[in-house]
Design a protein. Structure first.
Length: 178
């Protein structure tokens, strides 16, 4: 029996994230994060679209490795590859960060992220909501108070950008975490 897209996405992400771990004390293997995002999208957000669930599972592979859109497309098709690319954050170059302190770099990165989110389709924004829900839950356990407060503020801005109608259940779950 041929493998479905979700099984292929899980295998692909597991291979890419092998040996990587999340932040914090006693960190879990990184693959637990994309699986959690996919699960939140499905079981909190009610999303059943196989492509979106695969995108959720793969959402960090380009950001966290040298995996290309073409490699994803070869395994899972161009629609999934494009969705993963849409979720891949642009990182400011050294020249863009030159002369900036840590707080200014964070502000620059945050502004870029918020702009990217505002340009995402509603479907990709729903994946971003599931990702943010997973991240905010982890941040509450792993981040120091100042960084957590900054992250919570950024999350409030994200909820201002993404209409509640995109995915009311995920939006509310994030709002409840704030």
């Amino acid at each position: 029996m041929p493998k479905g897209k979700l099984e292929l996405a899980i295998e692909f992400a597991s291979t890419i994230h092998a040996g990587d771990y999340r932040d914090g004390d006693c960190p879990l293997p990184y693959i637990t994060h994309p699986i959690e995002v996919m699960s939140l999208l499905r079981y909190v957000g009610g999303v059943t679209d196989e492509n979106l669930l695969a995108i959720a599972c793969l959402h960090d592979v380009m950001e966290e490795s040298d995996t290309t859109e073409a490699q994803i497309s070869e395994v899972l098709g161009p629609e999934i590859a494009a969705g993963v690319k849409a979720l891949t954050r642009y990182e400011p170059s050294e020249s863009e960060r030159e002369g900036l302190n840590e707080e200014q770099i964070w502000s620059l990165r945050s502004g870029i992220l918020l702009k990217e989110i505002s340009e995402m389709s509603a479907e990709i924004q729903s994946v971003k909501l599931a990702d943010r829900l997973a991240n905010i839950r982890q941040a509450k356990v792993t981040r120091k108070p100042k960084k957590l407060a900054r992250y919570m503020g950024q999350t409030t801005e994200i909820l201002r950008l993404i209409p509640k109608a995109v995915n009311p259940a995920l939006w509310k779950a994030i709002s409840d975490e704030l």
